[in-house]
Structures are given as C-alpha cells and as structure tokens.
Design a binder for this molecule. Structure first.
Ligand SMILES: *Cc1c(COP(=O)(O)O)cnc(C)c1O
Length: 362
C-alpha cells in the first residue's frame, strides 16, 4: 500500500480542463494566462498546462517562477503580485513581465533592468472596488506618464483583479470601466496595450454569460488558476460544465480508532490554538466511533476537506491540531485504512505547500 499523506494529481484531467477553458476563451478572442501559484510552480503541472496549449504562466511568487525556469520550462512568465522591492533583482532576472501598482517599485525595476541590460515589461493593475491591489483609476494617467519616462521599462498592459478581498463581482460594468480606461490610455499616450487583463476565474460567469454577440470591449486576457485545477467558478464555487472537479485527491490514513465519549471530560480551557472548544452540539451522543487521521494543520486546511467515505461510514470533523485530524464516523474505521478527500482551494494550497504531503502524479 502506498504511504500517506499523499496528494494524487491527475494530470490528464488538468490538461483537459485547461484545453476546454482555452477553447472557450478563444471563441471571444481572449488569451489564457495559466496561474500556477496554488501548485507552487510545480514543473510537472506547469508542463501539463503548456501541453494543453498555454504559453503564458502567471505566478505570485518569484521563487516559483525561478523554480519553473530552473526546471527548463520555456514560457512567458508573469509575476502577478506587485514585486517586493527587496527582490527586484530576481524579478528582472526571472520574470518577463510583472504586475505593478507602485511607482517606487517600478523605478527600482528600471534601475535593475538597466544594470542587467534587459527590458522589463509591466502591466499596471487598476483598483476597481475589490480593495486588494491597484492604482485608483483617477491616478492612472499620472502613473502612466511617469512609467513611460523610465528607461528599460515597457508598459504592455493594464489589468484588474476582483472577487479576491472584497468579493466584488466582475460584471459588465466593471469590465467596461477597465476597457474604457485602456482605450483612454492608448489614445492619450498614443500606444497599444498588448494586454487588457480582465481578471481571474471569477470572470468566467461574466464571459460565459455574454452570449455570441456580447461585447467584451478591449478585454483580451484572463488569468485562471482555480477553474483549471478544481473545475469551479469562484463566485459561488459551482462546477463549470464540461470540466473535471476531481483532478486532486488527498489520501490520509487512520492512526487510531476507538470508541470514545462524544464530549471531553474535565474543566474546558483553551485548545492547542488558543480557542475554547465548543462541544455543545455533541452532547448526549454517548459513545461514538472516534478516529484520528495522520494529517493536521501543518499539512492542510482541515476545514477545506470533503470526505469521499461511503455513506455508511460518513465522517464528521471533531477538530484538528498540527498533526492530528480527529473525526467521528458512523461505522468503525480500521487502523491503517486510507481515507480520501476532495480539497477546496485553501486546502490544496496548504497540501501543495506541506513538505510532508507526497505529490503523486497519475
Ligand atoms: C491568484 C490570482 C489569479 C488567479 O485566480 P483564480 O481564482 O485561481 O483563477 C489571477 N490574478 C491574480 C492577480 C491572482 O493573484
């Protein structure tokens, strides 16, 4: 039996999801940037995106981009988080393009690019209401003007990111606003923006809802991660028709299985993470089938897991510490038995990040 915890990764399903999304985007003349940050720039997975036809890879960490380059991956690499000024050297060295919102950072990139004898390309991110990154629209002209004066910096586009912090929906009005800003900048500064990047997986509802004659204005790119890997749209986390939602499976195993009382005994104080546990809802259940899985908060976002156990064994989460996931089940589990889970984005991010979770490619 293969050891656990392990993350089983079905590359064929990822490839099919990528292809399907690419085709649907290209019907509208929109290019797809594959966002690899949830995989930490895992080279096998990135190669799968490229095999599906993607040629631009976006990641939020320069270290991930460095990892992909060092693995010999040939693609156009975009750093999709505004660079840390202390890592400007790495950014110019390894990323072809970066997303930016701060003049001080772009000036630093310019100095480094001059020194490295390279041209660094940038997109300016615009704040359209979600309140994560972005330049306020009324400050865009001034920023563009200053950027255009910087040596070895080439402005190749603008973009926006919604539905991340404020949960703001990328709708027709927001996309029109971005499109209009692009047109105004192009006209005022007499340039052509290669990228008008409308957003992330949360933009698919807007795009698919447009219908055949729907107008997308100047929007010509989306950056997709979650929809590729989990097959979900991200406004309500519903499955996208035609995509696989089961490309990743987390496999854990039972390290203890006993019957125990449903509530703890003794005086209740704080748990391992400073919370006061609440077992109210478990009162009066008597003795329950109680099991521990050999995985914990150091490996995964436990609340982001959905069990694939059969109905008769169904599972409820009692709690988790760094290394133990404690569950109650309808039927008894056996020690060594493997229990499989589906992961949400947060759980996948943590599992990909944990050195204790083995990555197994199918
Ligand atoms: C993470 C990220 C994306 C991809 O988001 P998904 O919801 O995974 O599609 C796109 N753009 C930026 C700026 C991001 O940080």
């Amino acid at each position: 039996m293969m050891s656990t915890p392990r993350l089983e990764i079905d590359l064929k399903k990822i490839q099919q999801n990528t292809r399907c999304l690419m085709e649907r985007l290209s019907l509208k003349g929109i290019t797809l940037t594959g966002v690899t940050k949830v995989t930490l720039g895992n080279p096998e997975i990135t190669r799968t995106l490229l095999r599906a036809g993607v040629n631009t890879i976006g990641d939020s960490r320069i270290e991930n981009i460095q990892r992909m380059r060092q693995a010999g991956i040939k693609a156009r690499f975009i750093l999709i988080r505004t660079p840390l000024i202390t890592k400007a050297d790495l950014v110019v060295e390894h990323a072809d393009v970066s997303f930016n919102t701060e003049l001080a950072v772009i000036e630093k990139l310019s100095q480094v690019a001059v020194r490295q004898n390279k041209t660094h390309q940038i997109l300016l991110m615009i704040e359209l209401g979600d309140l994560r990154e972005g330049i306020p629209p009324e400050e865009l002209n001034e920023t563009v003007e200053q950027v255009l004066g910087l040596p070895r910096i080439k402005l190749i586009g603008i973009g926006t990111n919604l539905a991340c912090l404020g949960g703001i929906k990328p709708d027709h009005q927001k996309m029109k606003q971005l499109s209009d800003l692009a047109q105004r900048v192009e006209k005022k500064f007499n340039l052509t923006l290669e990228y008008v990047s409308g957003g992330n997986s949360a933009n698919l509802e807007w795009l698919f809802g447009l219908g055949e004659s729907g107008d997308i204005g100047r929007i010509n790119n989306l950056r997709l991660g979650e929809s590729i890997f989990l097959g979900l749209e991200t406004l309500n986390r519903g499955p996208i028709e035609g995509l696989h939602t089961d490309a990743f499976t987390l496999v854990t195993e039972v390290i203890e299985s006993k019957t125990k009382p449903s509530v703890p005994s003794g005086e209740i104080c704080q748990d391992a993470f400073g919370k006061r546990p609440d077992f109210q809802s478990w009162q009066e259940r008597g003795k329950i089938h109680h099991a521990i899985l050999g995985i914990g908060r150091q490996d995964v976002l436990v609340s982001g897991l959905t069990s694939l156990l059969d109905e008769p064994n169904q599972l409820e989460l009692l709690g988790a510490s760094s290394d133990h996931m404690v569950i109650a089940t309808k039927g008894p589990l056996t020690v060594g038995e493997q229990v499989r889970f589906r992961l949400n984005y947060g759980a996948l991010l943590a599992a990909m990040t944990s050195p204790f979770v083995e990555k197994c490619f199918l």
